[in-house]
Design a protein around this ligand. Structure first.
Ligand SMILES: Cc1ncc(COP(=O)(O)O)c(C=O)c1O
Length: 308
């Protein structure tokens, strides 16, 4: 079968068992989102927003698209905009890795780097993100462009519910007992949790948060800077649907680094820190004894590690 374009390659990622990293009882199955054209789970969100805006007239053919990104949304948008013929401008905190800006420019986007407010390179805070978002809104207004506004868009949640979530159920072919995912906009966590809980209300859904920056679990934000880039912005996202979360698990920078190394060395998956934090939480959930002995826990390998 011949795919019609890059956008036709978005979604339908493989589901892979992490049987080498977790040899105890139960099983972890992970969506290989790093295999998407833009290299991350955000391709689904980007395409969902762009397609909706094109179909309801908010984004006429050829109009410029503007968004704030930590890198992955920008890459997803760059793929969608290239294939659909829209110029793209992205604003990004200068605290994100340089490789991200290079990748976005390589995909044809105009990248505007915004100085950090209170973070340091490699550790982007909520205030840094707010500054990049304000710049994106200003540029969109100045250029009469379409502002993506991923944190306030509902389409990504639907894309994960009817895409990622349904795919997990179909591919696993068995009930899913647990789900663990880190939260940026929360679209991945919420969309998949909705699909899994609709299939089995008992599915235990774990929101993964950086240690010291866990407002979803009711914690005080004492450490806004962390290495789980793309997630854990120290605030509850606008569309957050709290009853979908059964538990919040905090993962430290050290744990994320260790699991990232293990995923590469023992499974052959060179992925980013949020993916590693997700797997850390999935293992913890299986080891907690909360689920049945042969439980299946689903998670997501959010992005490739090549741009860190
Ligand atoms: C590396 C990485 N992991 C996880 C996420 C979280 O995805 P979501 O916005 O769907 O919560 C993002 C979002 O940008 C990300 O870049």
């Amino acid at each position: 079968m011949i795919a019609a374009s890059a956008t036709a390659l978005i979604g339908r990622t493989p589901l892979v068992a992490l049987d080498r990293i977790h040899r105890g009882s139960g099983r972890i199955v992970a969506k290989a989102e790093f295999m998407q054209p833009g290299g991350s789970v955000k391709d689904r969100a980007a395409l969902a927003i762009v397609e909706a805006a094109r179909s309801d007239g908010r984004l006429p053919p050829g109009r410029t698209v503007v968004e704030m990104t930590s890198g992955n949304m920008g890459a997803g948008l760059a793929v969608a905009c290239a294939a659909l013929g829209h110029p793209l401008v992205v604003t990004m905190s200068a605290g994100n890795s340089e490789a991200r800006a290079r990748m976005l420019e390589g995909l044809g986007a105009e990248v505007v780097l915004i100085s950090q407010v209170d973070g340091v390179p490699g550790r982007v805070t909520g205030a840094d993100i707010a500054a990049a978002a304000a710049a994106a809104r200003r540029i969109a207004a100045e250029r009469g462009a379409f502002y993506v506004d991923q944190f306030n868009a509902a389409e990504p949640i639907h894309a994960h519910q009817f895409g990622t979530g349904r795919e997990i159920l179909d591919q696993a072919g068995c009930p899913i007992d647990g789900w663990a995912a880190a939260v940026g906009t929360g679209a991945t966590f919420m969309g998949v949790a909705r699909a899994l809980k609709a299939a089995s209300a008992a599915t235990w859904c774990v929101a993964v948060e950086p240690q010291g920056s866990a407002p979803l679990g009711g914690g005080r934000v004492s450490k806004p800077g962390h290495i789980l880039q793309g997630t854990g912005y120290g605030a509850v996202p606008p569309h957050w649907d709290a009853p979908l979360m059964d538990e919040s698990m905090e993962v430290s920078d050290t744990e994320a680094s260790d699991w990232r190394h293990r995923l590469a060395a023992e499974e052959g998956f060179y992925v980013g820190f949020s993916a590693a934090a997700n797997v850390c939480a999935a293992v913890r959930l299986l080891e907690s004894g909360r689920l049945r002995r042969d439980a299946v826990v689903a998670t997501v390998l959010c992005d490739t590690g090549l741009k860190y």
